[in-house]
Design a protein around this ligand. Structure first.
Ligand code: COA
Length: 160
């Protein structure tokens, strides 16, 4: 059954649930997982900046996305939709929310690193494959457990 959902900026009381949602699918050294792990402080900081968005089905948190600014770039991160709510357009709505948020901050490009299987979704939303920027390698990849091998992430960029 198709769900009704709404997307809103995350608020402070959402932080613990966001942390559970993200870290249940975070990268592990065995190659499992699809998301960069985030601790509570990292999530709180982004929530304070208004840079985290939640998808809700009533009181159920069913997905999230964030935008992170660094080194003159803005990156879509922490995109996830709960399993029972996938294939209903929630992911694409979250990507569009991140694009609009980045555009409203004055950026004309939005970067994402995503796993091979989600690339068609990003391409369907206007992203194109690009080489991974050195700023990303230095900032996040350097501390990722998959740095030593097994990373299946590709960089994609959308013009806003
Ligand atoms: C990627 C993800 C957020 C998509 O969420 P979603 O709500 O299912 O996305 P949508 O319903 O908007 O779009 C799904 C469509 O995208 C396309 N698509 C292709 N490969 C896909 C994939 N691996 N995952 C999701 N969609 C994919 C298909 O057209 C798909 O349509 P279908 O479900 O009818 O086959 C969700 O699968 C997820 O949480 N995955 C685990 C975390 C993850 O990989 N995040 C991306 C890291 S940036």
């Amino acid at each position: 059954m198709r769900s009704e959902f709404e997307i809103k900026p995350a608020e402070e009381p959402d932080v613990t649930r966001l942390q559970s949602l993200i870290n249940a699918s975070a990268f592990q050294t065995n190659g499992q997982g699809q998301l960069l792990p985030l601790n509570k402080q990292e999530i709180e900081a982004l929530v304070d900046q208004g840079a985290f968005y939640c998808a809700w089905d009533g009181i159920n948190l069913i997905g999230c996305v964030s935008i992170v600014e660094y080194a003159g770039l803005v990156e879509l991160r922490s995109l996830i939709v709960s399993r029972g709510y996938r294939s209903q357009g929630v992911g694409q709505s979250l990507i569009r929310t991140a694009m609009e948020a980045a555009r409203s901050k004055g950026y004309n490009e939005l970067l994402a690193l995503t796993n091979t299987s989600a690339i068609p979704l990003f391409e369907a939303t206007g992203f194109k494959k690009e080489p991974r920027p050195p700023e990303k390698l230095a900032r996040d990849c350097a501390k990722c457990p998959l740095l030593q091998g097994g990373c299946i992430e590709e960089a994609v960029v959308a013009n806003l």
